[in-house]
Design a binder for this molecule. Structure first.
Ligand code: PBG
Length: 344
């Protein structure tokens, strides 16, 4: 009988129907759980941030990041090969700069033969199917630990942007595939795009740290690149206030208009609402950075036996996919890739 020939659904009848709804039916078996699964995490979702150091055959442990090392260039080449074998699409490079090379203006950032550029050239020479990303910001190179040029207490916007353009250019010349401005200066994406284009680097991609918050979760990273001891004050005049959401949409809209190919939210897990709003609003490739502090928390709890860190890792990575991220920068990348490979 068609619906119209049946008696109307009474409140009592509705109760009977609802009593028949059993959400657990679909969860009974592994095959059924797989069948109803809404999101998937694959190796293609991973970007691996790697720290660099001078020297040879060096793997310096980062105290606040168990199983993370600062790698000399030769070791970084080996890890790049491993990343490519695992199928990780891209690696992001972060230098620990010798304190003697740091100065007020971060001039080492513009040295075409600095640690990052040497690593880029060495890894590129391997001809791997692996994208290389580089951070554009002055903080690993400045004596004061800030991302920009300073006049007294003030971070100078436009003067900094000029230097960032030159930094991006030396990185592109050394072989960077993706330039990732993490400095949060105004107008830097447009300026970097223009200067790259003018120098013939039209195909170099830009992943903008669009919504980067002034966060306590960067602590272990600053140890890893050696900028924590030096940092005077905080970064709240350029990184975003953790209380804001609409502002993240404005930042992202500007970066897209200025020429960003991909946008990023940082930190990750505490900011999944931002990831979701950006993805829903702009439909552009959107990434999240599971930062050093997030990594350290999971590893520390695991080391204490307070949780299963491998499961917490996989669950957190899936959370990014659920929030709409197209990929995740994560120090867990090689570990997660290996687990995904075993599962497949
Ligand atoms: C540099 C930069 C930072 C991170 C990435 N790029 C630190 C900062 O802004 O102070 C943090 C990454 C992490 O914590 O894993 N501008």
């Amino acid at each position: 009988p068609s619906r119209s020939q049946l008696p109307p659904i009474t409140p009592d009848h509705m109760d009977t129907l609802l009593a028949g709804t059993r959400m657990r039916r679909n969860r009974q078996t592994d095959w059924s759980r797989r069948l109803v699964r809404e999101n998937t995490l694959t190796v293609d979702d991973l970007i691996w941030p790697v720290f660099l150091t001078d020297g040879e055959k060096m793997r310096q442990p980062v105290a606040s990041m168990p199983d993370v090392f600062r790698l000399s260039v030769d070791e970084a080449v080996r890890e790049a090969e491993r990343a490519a074998e695992l199928g990780i699409p891209a690696m992001a490079l972060f230098p620990y700069t010798d304190p003697d090379l740091r100065d007020e203006t971060g001039s080492e950032a513009l040295n075409a033969n600095n640690l990052t550029c040497r690593a880029l050239k060495a890894i590129k020479a391997e001809g791997l199917n692996l994208g290389l990303m580089t951070d554009v910001a002055l903080d690993p190179y400045t004596s004061h630990g800030h991302d920009g040029l300073m006049d007294g207490e003030t971070i100078l916007n436009d003067e900094t942007v000029d230097r960032l353009c030159r930094q991006a250019l030396v990185q592109a010349q050394a072989g960077a595939d993706v330039i990732a401005p993490s400095d949060m200066m105004d107008g830097r994406v447009a300026a970097i795009r223009q200067s790259l284009d003018a120098q013939g680097f039209r195909d170099t991609q830009i992943m903008a740290y669009s919504a980067k918050y002034a966060s306590a979760f960067y602590g272990p990273f600053r140890d890893a690149v050696g900028s924590s001891g030096a940092l005077k004050g905080d970064k709240r005049t350029y990184q975003m206030d953790p209380a804001n959401t609409d502002e993240a949409l404005r930042e992202t809209e500007l970066d897209i208009a200025e020429g960003a190919d991909m946008v990023m939210v940082k930190p990750g897990l505490p900011y999944l609402d931002i990831v979701r709003r950006i993805k829903d609003t702009f439909q552009v490739p959107t990434y999240a950075y599971q930062v050093s502090g997030e990594y350290a928390m999971i590893k520390a709890a695991g080391a204490n036996g307070w949780l299963d860190d491998e499961r917490a890792m996989m669950e957190s990575l899936m959370a990014f996919k659920r929030a709409g991220a197209d990929g995740v920068l994560t120090y867990f990348a090689p570990k997660a890739a290996a687990i995904l490979a075993d599962a497949g």
